[in-house]
Design a protein around this ligand. Structure first.
Ligand SMILES: Nc1ncnc2c1ncn2[C@@H]1O[C@H](COP(=O)(O)OP(=O)(O)OP(=O)(O)O)[C@@H](O)[C@H]1O
Ligand SMILES: [Mg+2]
Length: 269
């Protein structure tokens, strides 16, 4: 069965899209077919793979926004999936057309909150689905929470209060009422700089605040992630022998280990 993971956090720039982008490369290199869903009207993930002018020119009917557009409701949404230049990675792109549908009170929109779930239920051929969310908990993130099985929360080792983690966890609890299979995969420390005392102490604090819910793998602030992105390649495809690529492979391994441990606990009751 496919693994589906959404990456959420209200904080902008914490590395959601970058993690999705490079993690996709590591999953694909390990032999898994990956579907990326760009659920952010900023379209950063789509632009990373397809280029900004191409993505910005896409009509709503060829992006994730089609799920919300009345006149596109009866289109074959499987056509929204595009192959990328990287073998094993496909993407449903998004751009500015999604912005008007990313409303702040998604639950009031009744069936609209389930459009992504309905779409993903038709995607059987992928091993891994990763959904990149915008820096808020509006309709797009809400759809992702109702459509996936796991939540990964990229967190910068900085003031957690300012990052609104409490609201993130409340949203997950709330979503579980409508999507009971949803689980927390954990917090992923991103853009980490071990030389900074403040980063080390916040990381420690995060592990105390959320025992068992912080991944061992941390993603360091490394130039290779930026350079590979600029070359439109996950770092695994750009330079597999860099520490940046190794960290993404380590993250894939840890995700599988965590999921296996969860499954074992579920079976044991
Ligand atoms: N580990 C990292 N090392 C170096 N640069 C990084 C790293 N993670 C992210 N960045 C850079 O930081 C910027 C913001 O990252 P990214 O777009 O992934 O954040 P985001 O959480 O998706 O932002 P938004 O909330 O706006 O969607 C980008 O320029 C990205 O290349
Ligand atoms: Mg982003």
């Amino acid at each position: 069965m496919a693994i589906s993971i959404c990456l959420i956090n209200q904080k902008g720039g914490c590395g959601k899209s970058s993690t999705c982008f490079h993690l996709a490369g590591a999953f694909a290199a390990a032999g898994h077919s990956v579907l990326l869903v760009d659920a952010d009207p900023q379209g950063s993930l789509s632009q990373g793979f397809l280029g900004s002018s191409f993505v910005e020119a896409l009509p709503a009917s060829q992006t994730l926004a089609a799920l919300f557009v009345e006149s596109c409701r009866f289109l074959n949404h499987r056509q929204l999936v595009r192959e990328t230049s990287i073998a094993g990675i496909s993407i449903i792109p998004a751009n500015q057309h999604l912005a008007e549908f990313n409303v702040p009170c998604p639950e009031r929109t009744r069936m609209m909150q389930f459009v992504l779930r309905d779409l993903l239920q038709q995607q059987h051929e992928y091993d891994v689905v990763l959904v990149d969310c915008p820096p808020n908990l509006y309709q797009c993130t809400w759809n992702a929470l109702l459509a996936t099985q796991q939540v990964l929360i990229p967190v910068n080792p900085e003031d957690f209060g300012a990052q609104g983690l409490r609201a993130v966890h409340q949203a997950i609890d709330h979503a579980r009422q409508l999507n009971p299979v949803l689980r927390r995969l954990g917090h992923l420390v991103t853009r980490y700089d071990r030389r900074l005392l403040i980063h080390r102490s916040y990381e420690e604090q995060l592990r105390i605040l959320y025992p068992h819910l912080v991944l061992q793998t941390a993603i360091y602030e490394l130039n290779a992630y930026k350079v590979a992105l600029a070359c439109r390649m996950p770092v695994e495809n750009y330079r597999a022998k860099t520490p940046a690529a190794a960290a993404m492979r380590e993250l894939v391994e840890e995700i599988f280990l965590r999921l296996a441990a969860k499954e074992k606990r579920r079976i044991a009751g």
